[in-house]
Structures are given as structure tokens and as C-alpha cells.
Ligand binder design. Sequence first.
Ligand SMILES: C[S@@+](CC[C@H](N)C(=O)[O-])C[C@H]1O[C@@H](n2cnc3c(N)ncnc32)[C@H](O)[C@@H]1O
Length: 150
Amino acid sequence: MEHLPDDNSRYKDIDYWDERYKTEQCFDWLGSFSKFQHLLEKHVHKEDSILILGCGNSSMSGDMYSAGYRSITNVDYSSVCVQHDEGQAQRPPGMTWHQMDMRQLSFPDESFDVILEKATLDAIMVEEKTSWEVSPQAAVFFHQALTQVS
Ligand SMILES: C[S@@+](CC[C@H](N)C(=O)[O-])C[C@H]1O[C@@H](n2cnc3c(N)ncnc32)[C@H](O)[C@@H]1O
């Protein structure tokens, strides 16, 4: 519970994530690769070019690489997270990390076959009362992020 914020709204702040990633080595929100493996095997091909949005310090992309997925691009807007992940994983060929906001991706169009996010959009929803009627700020965020995905 060391990294629990005082208030849930902190999950929307880059400062919170930067601070957290200074000391936390690895944490998997919602579950790790094994929980989602059956879905990935069904929908994602090993040769697909994969983008992971808001990768955090999750073991997901490393475990996917071990399972045979060979082209994985990780982005997170926390520079601390991205530097940390680069060092840890010793950059296997085909895996890259970039400090980037998911609302403004700088990859050429059609760079990826598959885009994954796990608990990243959830972090933007922390102050919302219902997922069916979000605030104007959240709606703008989702519109920007999903336009990039599209
Ligand atoms: C709840 S964590 C999930 C981390 C990881 N995906 C997992 O499953 O364990 C949310 C992550 O999204 C990142 N994030 C939040 N807003 C972002 C944005 N606008 N662009 C890129 N990353 C963002 C945070 O830095 C954090 O690493």
C-alpha cells in the first residue's frame, strides 16, 4: 500500500506516476499476461506490430515478448517509467520504449496492427461517476486518445 495516493484523482497526474516509478519496480494493474494470454492468442498474431499505451512498469510486454510477440512498442507519458523500463529489459531487439502522451502519438499513420491498453484509460476515469456519461474533460481526453488509435 506504499504507493496508494491520498486521493484517487492523483491517478490522473503525471507527477504521481513519476514519483511512484522512482521506487516501484513492477506492478500489473488488472492482472498480468497469464490472465489475458487466451485473449491475446485468439486476437493477436505473433508477427503483429503491437503498441502498448500507458505501459507503466507492468510485466506485460516482457512476458508477451517471451511468449513470442516480437514487435512491441511501449509508450508512457512518465519519463521516469520509460527510462526505468529501458534499463530493466536490456532492450531486446524489436522492443522499444518512448516517453509519449497517448493523445499525441508521433508515429507515422498505420504503424501498428494492434494497440493495447490495460488500465490506462481507467486512470483517466477515476473521478467520473459513471462510464455512460463522462465529464466534458474526460470526453475530450478520450476523443483525442481514440483519434490517435484510429
Ligand atoms: C493504472 S497505470 C497502468 C499501467 C499498465 N498499463 C498496467 O497494466 O499495469 C496507468 C498508466 O498510464 C500512464 N498514463 C496516464 N495518462 C497517460 C497519457 N496521457 N499518455 C501516456 N500514458 C499515460 C501512467 O503513467 C501509468 O503508467
